[in-house]
Design a protein around this ligand. Sequence first.
Ligand code: G4P
Length: 528
Amino acid sequence: MSTVAQEAARRRTFAIISHPDAGKTTLTEKLLLFGGAIQMAGSVKGRKAARHATSDWMALEKERGISVTSSVMQFPYEGRVVNLLDTPGHADFGEDTYRVLTAVDSALMVIDVAKGVEERTIKLMDVCRLRDTPIMTFINKLDREGRDPIDLLDEIESVLKIQCAPVTWPIGMGQRLKGVVHLISGEVHLYESGKNFTRQDSTIFPSIDDPGVVAAIGADMLVTLREELELVAGASHPFDRDAYLRGEQAPVFFGSAVNNFGVQPLLDFFVDHAPSPLPRATTGREIDPDENKLTGFVFKIQANMDPQHRDRVAFMRICSGRFSAGMKAFHVRTGKEQKLANALTFMASDREIAEDAWPGDVIGLHNHGTISIGDTFSEGEAINFTGIPNFAPELFRRARLRDPLKLKQLQKGLAQLSEEGATQFFRPLMSNDLILGAVGMLQFDVVAYRLKDEYGVDASFEQVQIATARWIRCDDARKLEEFREKNAGNLALDAAGQLVYLAPTRVNLQLAQERAPGVTFLATREHA
Ligand code: G4P
């Protein structure tokens, strides 16, 4: 096997998805803890510090208690290399989450044992289904009273339309929580509050027949457990790896992330069974991860990630080949060779300079405005990875500056923040307005906050009569010129200088389209 094939086979690249508050952040930290990426005692204080070090770098995020940005965390585990891509939890960041999910090979879904399947879980599951992403499920907060486990599996099956294969099964819940049984190995993992921080720190019996089990959980509970296990064996599906890989079956685990409980069996199972990088579609041909030449695509751009480094980072998922520091790559959209100097890797919380990276890994490229979301890099081949869209925004606001002398900074801030893809920035041809488009209302608050924090600009956003935006394409130069003249009042340039029609109403858009045959109105910006 080639080095590329070996390294690709070791990679596990995934994202955690959940309804807010189900425990995504907590589970992320625990996975890092078990992966040896964070040394901490697991106290609340330690947890908060770790959270700060990983995904919680924005003050706004802390204030609001939501995860506004995504980050990438890499750690080695049992001979594998795990890449965990964080997804923003708030509903307004759906588009960003969507793109992160295009860059992973599998997902882990966290469900609150008391709440079951929630609204956001359903939406995220729909997104995963678009690419048949394999999913594992962690049912969290077992230290609290929750729903009956069998009911929960029923709900997941019927609402999310995916078969469940329980891999661990809870012994009690809430005050009565005693542990979990591993349905494949037969092991019993005891729940001991304040323990379970490491494998050595946990009590594990080889089977429920071990005398230690009855001593730990009591004869009555053991009888109930045996009955329940029989019921589960009869009513549920055994784990079928192929069905899991096809996205048709979800292995299910039970635990309590905040108590480190049930996380180790999940992680062990995950690295054994979750897929390594798979072939990916491009506009040309399918790219196999084992190919020797580097290919990758940009799924996310983030400005000012670190207040100490005032830079913008483009996150590139490597799809094939080997990245090595300082190599040159072909930026397909611009047709230019570009030296990939000082690319970053994301070893847990630290940003480090990448020497090598392999399929499944994510590297951070320094971006001075030339790289866009969806861009492909290769070693010369003119291909484009497909399926990473840039949606038309649904909401529009005009930026209002409190200090007119800060206009330059405002323009720069809006342009740079819009590169991240969550907002889009438009400059009408006929006015000096600066228009921001977004998919969710919260984005305007985030941008106002970040303009102040990162660019020193005090701006607010006010209502503007725009219902939707369409990118304009026309191969006939004369026709395009005519269209520009007639519609100048509704036209604007986006941050990349592309022509966009800003329609005050849907009816207006329809009329404009009817009056301009030969001109194409696109709802998504094309990347190629
Ligand atoms: P999210 O990223 O999915 O939004 O969830 P997060 O991990 O922030 O967890 C949401 C809340 O649930 C947190 O409490 C967290 O401590 C709690 N939690 C996570 N796992 C468990 C668990 O296994 N059992 C119990 N009982 N609670 C759990 P919080 O009070 O909102 O935050 P904090 O003050 O603890 O940070």
